[in-house]
Design a protein around this ligand. Sequence first.
Ligand SMILES: *Cc1c(COP(=O)(O)O)cnc(C)c1O
Length: 443
Amino acid sequence: MTDFAQDSADDTAPLTGPQIAELDRRHLWHPYAPHPDPAGALPVAGAAGTRIRLADGRELVDGMSSWWAAVHGYNHPVLNRAARRQLDAMSHVMFGGLTHEPAVRLARRLAGMAPGDLSHVFLSDSGSVSVEVAVKMALQYWHSRGRPAKHRLLTWRGGYHGDTWQAMSLSDPDNSMHHLWAPLLPRHVFAGLPPAGFAAPVDRAYAEHLERTVAEHAGELAAVIVEPVVQGAGGMRFHQPAYLRILRELCDRHGVLLVFDEIATGFGRTGRMFAAEHAGVVPDIMCVGKALTGGYLTLAATLCTPRVAEGIASGEYPQLNHGPTYMANPLACAVAEASLGLLTDGDWAGRVAAIETALAGALAPTAKLPGVREVRTLGAIAVVEMDRPVDTARAARAARAEGVWLRPYREMIYAMPPYVSSPEDLAMIARALHAAAEAAGQH
Ligand SMILES: *Cc1c(COP(=O)(O)O)cnc(C)c1O
């Protein structure tokens, strides 16, 4: 640390790429990484449209939408204008006892877009927190109804719901990054992994397994929670939407709430505005986040039906005791409103369908590479699943050599590009996925 005083002698001067990398290594944790991280992180100087500009001058086509979020691309004039206008009015006021136009506009829009009657909106600051709120809503609903024994949740394996405590406890217990804490986590009920394949026929044995598991635990179940159609960080698995109809029917029959975590799938990513629409199912509670602000600011929401909201309000403790300091942050709400406007005013469905067609077509040869278990696409998601965990640094380097930013994990080399990606961007992303799979399969 002896050189630190010297480093910070002029701490207003712009930092060079190597200085950023060095300070980063010295002070910052990165997601799911040791600190300091021997793999390091690439300094970024700016981003516009579908391009990320590195501090060393290289430009990469974005294949990740910054983890499902930046669906309109970076530095979008409409979102920039919304942020600036709100900044000049106020960037934040507390939401306890106060309200404002950005929040009510966003809530009205979300309620209008959401399936069915999900018209009551709890705004929070991240997807994980929106899951915590969903769990609290479900438990409190049954508490208010005089059924406090209904305090567990059921989910299926292979899921990912976030990194906070309840969210961890609902993510896959063996396969997830949270297995270290398994003995300390709340005990929920796990059903088997949903059978793979969006278009696969319904597996009757699995449907019966779901039925038995829900029936057996109904007396202690507050809710079933799943990611509809696509399980994201848990393994990028797709399943037949009919299982969601089966869950809806089982929940209705046994008096259990149904929660959909649409944090990754929401806002068009799977080809429908919400993945629930593939099944024509309306959950009682729905979590959204990630693409909600078009990748600009951190914001999430937990939506519920009048039945859930009124059930809680009619209880002995009518208040829902949750209230993040930055709840309904006006800047985030204003940008979210503008982002959802861009989505609904534009041809998102046509663009997402075009991404699916382009990537599915271009990746046909990738499926034949050695070490590739399966190539699958759905909406604006393309996954090259390898037959073993890959050297992710090497795979990402191979993608960068093709001019594309990818972030492979475990055995997954995958892309979920911004909806505004051009045919040239998509061709580059497909080449990068292929090159990364080739590099990963070579050992
Ligand atoms: C990313 C994600 C979360 C957690 O959201 P954060 O904003 O990272 O807390 C929860 N559920 C799903 C399905 C996700 O993809």
